[in-house]
Design a protein around this ligand. Structure first.
Ligand code: HMG
Ligand code: MG
Length: 301
């Protein structure tokens, strides 16, 4: 088997993780946690979301979080941005990168951002244009690529059409989201075979949720096909409130443990990552899905 020697992990816990929690984590605790993550060697952290606070109440303090975290040189601090209104707040917060998002399936797109796929394009086109004019880079997400909670299997043509549109707008990287964690290695292979004929591997990231325990095997499959960028969330936090049945992202701690064990460099300090996972587990007040975290806790960590 062959895989790359080095990968980049993009931490989405403070955004994808906290957006799905019922418990409100205080702004101060979020800041402490993000500061810990910044010191763990992660090069990319999605710190929050400039969506409507009524839709995602737990991230209503995005502006304050962005302003008060201690930023480390070499780390990109990104945030989710759905529209111009969100971008105005994101620019005020001086985020490094705007992450735009839409779904490959019509119903999830509608439920998640209250628009049809067709009506989403002009909104995002303006967000990308204005982000680039403001000197910010843009990353795109396509959600529900391996399955939609409302429509089931998703047509590959829809994924390609949306990916083409987002790259044409000017995004630098596209993250393919298994929003409800249903993908299998066979599906990953089938999608990547098509995508890699169209887009370079360096411009694609994979975003696996682990609802059915297949996230790590899906990552292994992606690695073998040349993908080197993966989204993950410390402790295995995560999920989309507008995707019933979605559970946590693949745990950053489990992923780093697997990759380093395969001699794939992540640049992440496992002890510091563990402390950050333990910290947020304590603040959330429930046992998080990360296998590594639970194994270490059982050994008195
Ligand atoms: P809408 O209600 O259609 O918005 O929501 P609107 O444009 O009709 O405006 C209605 C009101 O909201 C107006 O205020 C706007 O100013 C205000 P009013 O005039 O009535 O006083 N408004 C805003 N306020 C603050 N920030 C904003 C904003 N936009 C409008 N950005 C909207 C549309 C997109 C805002 C809403 O649907 C929304 O916030 N959705 C976000 C849902 C979300 O965050 N979902 C989870 C993230 S996606 C995900 O998890 C998947 C991912 O992880 C990848 C994967 O797993 O596959 C990325
Ligand atoms: Mg997600």
């Amino acid at each position: 088997m062959k895989w790359p020697e080095k990968v980049t992990l993009q931490e989405v816990g403070p955004r994808d993780g906290l957006q799905n929690e019922k418990k409100m984590i205080s702004t101060e605790d979020k800041i402490q946690w993000i500061n810990q993550l910044s010191l763990s060697g992660l090069q990319y952290i999605e710190i929050s979301s400039f969506v409507h606070p009524k839709w995602i109440p737990t991230l209503a303090d995005a502006l304050e979080v962005a302003k008060r975290i201690h930023r480390i040189q070499g780390v990109t601090y990104a945030a989710l941005v759905p529209n111009q209104k969100g971008l105005a707040r994101a620019l005020e917060a001086n985020i490094d990168e705007a992450a735009i998002f839409m779904s490959a399936s019509e119903t999830h797109n509608q439920k998640n951002i209250n628009k049809s796929i067709e009506d989403t394009f002009p909104v995002l086109r303006n967000v990308v244009k204005d982000s680039l004019s403001a000197g910010k880079t843009v990353r795109g997400y396509v959600s529900t690529v391996f399955g939609c909670p409302y429509e089931g299997r998703v047509d590959i043509d829809s994924i390609i059409r949306i990916s083409d549109s987002l790259f044409n707008m000017g995004i630098r990287e596209l993250s393919l989201g298994d929003t409800i964690g249903v993908a299998t290695p066979k599906q990953v292979q089938e999608l990547l075979e098509v995508m890699l004929k169209r887009f370079p591997a360096e411009s694609l990231a994979m975003h696996f949720h682990d609802t059915y325990g297949t996230a790590l095997v899906n990552i292994l499959t992606s690695l073998q096909m040349g993908i080197t960028i993966f989204d993950s969330a410390v402790g295995g936090l995560g999920g989309c409130p507008y995707a019933p049945g979605a559970s946590g992202n693949v745990a950053t701690d489990d992923l780093v443990n697997m990759l380093e064990g395969m001699d794939v460099t992540t640049g992440i300090d496992q002890d510091r990552l563990f402390k950050a996972a333990r910290y947020i587990q304590e603040k959330i007040g429930r046992v998080l899905p990360s296998h590594l975290l639970q194994a270490k806790m059982a050994k008195g960590g």
